[in-house]
Write a protein that binds this ligand. Structure first.
Ligand code: HEM
Length: 496
C-alpha cells in the first residue's frame, strides 16, 4: 500500500515527513496556495528541516539561513544540472542541453559566464543605454512628442520599454537593406518586436504550468505563440541582424559547431535566453519604479543621486538627439539606486533554489545536526522566508529605500539573525553554482532605466494614495512575482 500511494515512512535519521492527504500531489495544493505561510507553519511545527511530498517528489525544505551554507558547500552530493536542463527542455521545446545526453558538447555555464560578465558586460551595458533612449525618445513606443501628460499602466509601460530595449540589446538590430528610409525601417522593426512582446506575454502566462509538467499542447494559443517567437530567432533570421550581443553570437556558433540540434531546436535555445533575460527583469523594473515614485524620500534621494552622477560625468540632458552616456564605473557609483532596486526585489522575489541528491548521503547542518537524504530527493531553499523575516529586516513588509545603505551612505552588507551575522540575507538571484549569471547586467539595466526616466520625464501616480497591488502567487518559486493588476500613472517630457 505504501508503495502504491507513494507515501514515505520516516526513518529515524531522516527529517520529519509530511505526505499530505492527496496521493501523488501530496501537499502541492496547500503549498501552491501560499508557500510562505505553508513553510512558516511547518517550520514552527517541525523545526529547521522537514520533508514534504510535492507532486510525486520528496522535497526537503531547509529553513534556517545559517544552514544554507551546508547545501551550497556540500555540492558534490548534488546534481543541479538535471533539474535545470530538463525544465528548460520541457518549457522551450529544445532537445536536452546536458552534454551527457549527447546532443551537444557545449558547456553552457561557461558560455554564460564568458558572455554576461567581464568585458562582455561592458558592451551589453553600452548598447542597453543606447537602446533605452532610442525606445524612450525616438521610436513611437511612447507618445512623447507633444509634452502633454500621457496616462498609461505602469507595468505596461515598464514592460514595453524594457522588452523592446532588452530584445534589441541581446539580438541586435535588423541590417538595413539599401534604399530603405531609416524611419520606415525603424517602424517595421518596432512592429516586429511588439508582435514578439504579445507572443512573449501569451507564452509566459502558462510558464508555471509548463514547469509543473503540463504538456504545452494543452495550451493552443501559447503553443503557437512559442513557435512564432522561436521562428523570429531562427539562425537565418538572426544572421540578418547587426550588433548582436556576445552571448547570442557565441551561442549561435556553438549551436552550429557542437550540437546536432535542428533549426527550430537551435532557435528554441535562444528563446530560453530571451525568457531568462526578461521574465524576472520586467516585474523587477516595475516594482523598482513603483516604489520609487510612490515614496517621496526615495524619489528625492534617487533624483539627487542621478543629478550628481550626470554632473560628475559631464552629461547634459537634452532633447536634440544627443544621448546620455554613462560608463560602467559611473553606474556602479549609485548606492541609492542600488538600495532601491535591492529593496524592491527583496519585497517581490519568491524564487526557490533547488538541488537534487545524486546519492544517499548525510547532510550536516549548522549546529551539529545531521540528516539522512535519499538519492533523487530534492533539497529546497526558499529565501523569501529570510527576505520577509522580521528578525532580519525590521518591518519586513515596509519599503525602506535606504535599507541597504550604511551610515556612510555606502552599501550595507551586515544583517543579523538571532544575534549572529548572516551570510545569506539577500538571494533573489539564487546561490552558489546556479546563481543567475545575468545578475550584474540585470541590476545595471534597471538602474539605467531609472536614471533615464528620472532625467527625461516627470512622473506621477494618477492616484497618489493608491494601494500597492498584491503579488501574483501563481508564480511563486520561479523568481520575481508579477503584480496582480496594473497601476495608472502619468508622465511627460521635462521642459529643457
Ligand atoms: C538563472 C534570477 C535577470 C540570465 C536565474 C536564476 C534566478 C535568476 C533565480 C536561477 C538560479 C537557480 O536556479 O538557482 C534573475 C533575476 C533577474 C534576472 C531576479 C532580474 C531581476 C537575468 C538576465 C539575464 C539572465 C537579464 C541575461 C541576460 C540567466 C540565465 C540563467 C539564469 C542564462 C540560467 C543559468 C543556468 O542554468 O546556468 N536567474 N535573473 N537573468 N538567469 Fe537570471
Amino acid at each position: 500500500v505504501w508503495l502504491i500511494l507513494g507515501t514515505r515512512r520516516r526513518r529515524p535519521e531522516e527529517p520529519p515527513v509530511e505526505n499530505g492527504v492527496i496521493p501523488y500531489l501530496g501537499c502541492a495544493l496547500q503549498f501552491g496556495a501560499n508557500p510562505l505561510e505553508f513553510l512558516r507553519a511547518r517550520q514552527k511545527k517541525y523545526g529547521q528541516i522537514f520533508t514534504c511530498k510535492l507532486a510525486g517528489k520528496f522535497v526537503h525544505f531547509l529553513t534556517d539561513p545559517f544552514s544554507y551554507h551546508s547545501v551550497i558547500r556540500q555540492g558534490k552530493h548534488f546534481d543541479w544540472k538535471k533539474f535545470h536542463f530538463s525544465t528548460s527542455a520541457k518549457a522551450f521545446g529544445h532537445s536536452s542541453m546536458d552534454p551527457s545526453d549527447g546532443y551537444t558538447t557545449e558547456n553552457l555555464h561557461q558560455t554564460f559566464i564568458k558572455t554576461l560578465q567581464g568585458d562582455s558586460l561592458g558592451s551589453l551595458i553600452e548598447n542597453m543605454m543606447e537602446n533605452l533612449q532610442l525606445v524612450m525618445l525616438q521610436s513611437n513606443t511612447l507618445k512623447v512628442a507633444s509634452r502633454e501628460w500621457q496616462t498609461d499602466g505602469l507595468y505596461a509601460f515598464c514592460y514595453r520599454v524594457m522588452f523592446e530595449s532588452g530584445y534589441l540589446t541581446l539580438f541586435g538590430k535588423e541590417l538595413s537593406s539599401q534604399g530603405d528610409k531609416i524611419a520606415a525601417r525603424q517602424e517595421a522593426q518596432r512592429a516586429l518586436i511588439l508582435n514578439a512582446l504579445e507572443h512573449f506575454k501569451e507564452f509566459d502566462k502558462i510558464f508555471p504550468a509548463l514547469v509543473a509538467g503540463l504538456p504545452i499542447h494543452v495550451f493552443k494559443t501559447a503553443y503557437s505563440a512559442r513557435e512564432k517567437l522561436a521562428e523570429g530567432l531562427l539562425h537565418e533570421n538572426l544572421r540578418k541582424r547587426d550588433n548582436m550581443s556576445d552571448l547570442i553570437s557565441l551561442r549561435m556558433f556553438l549551436n552550429d559547431t557542437l550540437s546536432t540540434f535542428d533549426d527550430m531546436g537551435k532557435a528554441k535555445t535562444h528563446l530560453a535566453l530571451l525568457w531568462a533575460s526578461q521574465a524576472n527583469t520586467l516585474p523587477a523594473t516595475f516594482w523598482s519604479l513603483l516604489y520609487t515614485i510612490r515614496n517621496p524620500d526615495a524619489l528625492r534621494a534617487a533624483t539627487d543621486e542621478v543629478h550628481r552622477v550626470l554632473e560628475k560625468a559631464s552629461q547634459k540632458v537634452s532633447l536634440d538627439g544627443k544621448h546620455i552616456s554613462l560608463k560602467r564605473e559611473e553606474l556602479e557609483d549609485m548606492p541609492v539606486l542600488d538600495s532601491i532596486i535591492k529593496e524592491a526585489m527583496r519585497l517581490s522575489s519568491a524564487s526557490m533554489n533547488i538541488r537534487v541528491a545524486k546519492e544517499d548521503f548525510t547532510l550536516h547542518l549548522d549546529g551539529n545536526e545531521s540528516y539522512a537524504i535519499r538519492k533523487d530527493d530534492i533539497i529546497a531553499l526558499y529565501p523569501q522566508m529570510v527576505h520577509l523575516d522580521p528578525e532580519v529586516y525590521e518591518d519586513p513588509l515596509t519599503f525602506k529605500y535606504d535599507r541597504f545603505l550604511d551610515e556612510n551612505g555606502r552599501e550595507k552588507t551586515i544583517f543579523y539573525h538571532k544575534g549572529r551575522k548572516l551570510k545569506y540575507y539577500y538571494m533573489p538571484f539564487g546561490s552558489g553554482i546556479t546563481m543567475c549569471p545575468g545578475r550584474f547586467f540585470a541590476v545595471h539595466e534597471i538602474k539605467q532605466f531609472l536614471c533615464l526616466l528620472l532625467s527625461y520625464f516627470e512622473m506621477e501616480l494618477v492616484d497618489k494614495n493608491v494601494k500597492l497591488p498584491t503579488l501574483d502567487q501563481s508564480r511563486a518559486g520561479l523568481g520575481i512575482l508579477q503584480p496582480t493588476h496594473d497601476i495608472e500613472f502619468k508622465y511627460r517630457l521635462k521642459s529643457p
